[in-house]
Design a protein around this ligand. Structure first.
Ligand SMILES: Cc1cc2nc3c(=O)[nH]c(=O)nc-3n(C[C@H](O)[C@H](O)[C@H](O)COP(=O)(O)O)c2cc1C
Ligand code: SF4
Ligand code: SF4
Length: 272
């Protein structure tokens, strides 16, 4: 081991806590390997100037969005060099990860920065337009077992690339999810109390507060952090939801952790 290198850095992005929980759990499984780990939130890292990261081991934990990575994570990977002898990604998903692993693998090859271990872990699918969070919470899943399994294999520094599920017939069609504007998909409803929490936790800084009123607009990640984490149910999706009465955040992740990971308000500085 090079004594000048950080032993491990894990970059993560999370909107409803699944990926933060997974990052922490994997980190704990890996901890016996070395000293202090670093868990860095991508929306915070993107504020800083540093773009070269070197460690003995670099991990990425992020959700799958439409069989690919969220735009913020994609732009992070495009702009940053993650140099490590062992590079792994564990992506959290809901029902259908598609070919996300293959896409990420190809990107790594094209950048001359290959990934050594790529897998997905199925967790609650937080995509409100398609899924009912009440149902999702109660679906039998093997999250703990899967994370322990990948943690053990990462600890052994195995090489692995999960097979891709076939994309839906014909593959992704149309313009896809992006580009997308927050004002096109979201609206405040009568339950909004102008508490400004959504303003604190949007990773794109899409909320405003003026003359005692909330406003929203701007390029949107479709991460749904705002709508899921609003304590009052004060936001709705314009296109409708399967069950507008139930929201989701991972039970072991707190609201302030989501704020700290994503806030674009002044006050939270980029790490390092
Ligand atoms: C815009 C959007 C698109 C998504 N697309 C997929 C997908 O293609 N496949 C899948 O299995 N899950 C999909 N999901 C579900 C998330 O990947 C999953 O719930 C993830 O664990 C959320 O992570 P987080 O809690 O860290 O934000 C999507 C969620 C959102 C918000
Ligand atoms: S939408 Fe929710 S989080 Fe945002 S200001 Fe209204 S009550 Fe607060
Ligand atoms: S407006 Fe909501 S869905 Fe869009 S980026 Fe911000 S928190 Fe995510």
């Amino acid at each position: 081991m090079d004594p000048n290198l950080a032993p491990r850095i894990i970059f993560y992005f999370t909107a409803t806590g699944n990926s933060l929980y997974a990052a922490r759990t994997l980190d704990a499984a890996l901890a016996p390997l070395g000293a202090e780990p670093l868990l860095l939130s991508i929306p915070q890292v993107l504020k800083g100037e540093r773009t070269l990261w070197q460690a003995e081991e670099i991990g990425l934990v992020a959700p799958v969005y439409r069989w690919d990575l969220p735009p913020l994570v994609q732009s992070f990977l495009e702009r940053h060099r993650l140099q490590a002898p062992y590079r792994w990604a564990v992506l959290t998903c809901g029902h259908r990860p598609g070919a996300v692993v293959q896409r990420l693998w190809r990107r790594g090859q094209a950048q001359g920065q290959p990934w050594h271990y790529l897998a997905t872990v199925e967790m609650v699918d937080n995509f409100l337009p398609r899924f009912d969070m009440e149902v999702e919470r109660n679906l039998p899943r093997s999250v703990e077992r899967d994370l322990a399994y990948h943690g053990q294999r990462l600890r052994e520094r195995l090489e692995y690339r999960q097979e891709g599920a076939r994309p839906p017939k014909g593959g992704p069609k149309g313009k896809g999810l992006y580009p997308l504007r927050a004002e096109e998909i979201l609206t405040f409803n009568e339950r909004c109390r102008a508490c400004r929490l959504c303003q604190r936790l949007c990773p794109r800084g899409n909320f405003t507060f003026q003359d005692q009123k909330m406003g929203l607009g701007g390029e949107c990640e479709y991460c749904l952090a705002c709508i899921h984490n609003c304590p009052w149910g004060g936001l709705s999706l314009k296109g409708g939801e399967v069950n507008s009465g139930v929201r989701y955040r991972h039970p072991q992740v707190g609201l302030e952790e989501i704020v700290a990971a994503n806030s674009q308000l002044p006050g939270i500085r980029p790490p390092l």
